[in-house]
Design a protein around this ligand. Sequence first.
Ligand code: AVJ
Length: 341
Amino acid sequence: MIRKQQMEIDNYEKVAVTPRFCYFKPKVMTNSTMAQEIAFSLSQKKKFISSKFFYDDVGSETFEKICDLPEYYLTRTEFEILDEIKSDLSEYLADNFALVELGSGSSVKTRKLLEILTCKQKDVEYYPVDISDILKDSSINLHDEYENLKITGIIDNYETGLEFIRTLDHTKKLVAFLGSSMGNFSPKEGMEFLEKIHESMSVGDMLLLGLDLVKDVKILESAYNDSSGITADFNCNLLLRLNKEFGANFDLTKFKHVAVFNKKHRRIEMYLKSLTKQHVFMPVIDLFLKFKKDELIHTEYSHKYTTSQIKKMTKRTGFRLVHMWNDKKNYFTMALFAVEK
Ligand code: AVJ
């Protein structure tokens, strides 16, 4: 087991930025794996692009703008809940905890958790995991703000993050999975992912999960169809990225951002709709694509949950639900779970 982990770490470049901040990044360019995935997903009968490809530098910046939109209540609401529950949470975190964050992004909400931990503990270890290089900047900011913080970042997907979590058996861990990022998974995939998280945790560890709740369709749909068109830019950036990285010739005037709530599946579905019959070529991966008028490329699911669904789902994963906190409008929930024998 130890040898396997060693081997996996060997595929990573370790960059020590300061004595208190280092990060790991895959040595092999992830570009070729992206090319393979894209070639596959755009060759399907129902074309799709995985939502993890939103987050290049431009996409990550655009997502930060989304978080500030008046219509996008998610980030604001989660932040408010975290602020409210700080002292409650603190009681559950009596021991020393290392903080692991899956999908740390800009690490803005992380501050609420770090405020708790850095107050109580002499030193705090923070392990942000994010697919985007934004991790470097957000970590440096935190590094400068908290003197007793030691940061080890992992710039890769969640799976790799979980591999790292496994190696941290010296302290208790608080794993944070915030922002309703789990919504990108279907409920079944989400449950399987929670099982994987559970497997990589030990008795005494805790999981803090932030999830968006089912609500009025108008509120949901306007959060993904904002009036300033930032979400449309975010979605269309996928095509710009393919133009940049794979030499594709997507004409952005011929695609339209679409986001609708699917009531049955309790999810926002995002698409890029081809406005005309057209052809696109991607020389770098030698891919020739035909689009019919009104054909859709699926780009994202954003599942919304009900509290009873969350309770049922997590029971099956081996976690014990410790507490759930909602905002006053019941737009969003923060759930704390414990790992028990
Ligand atoms: C980062 C996946 C939680 O689903 O609300 C925001 C991404 N997409 N607007 C979400 C997103 C369009 C966001 N998550």
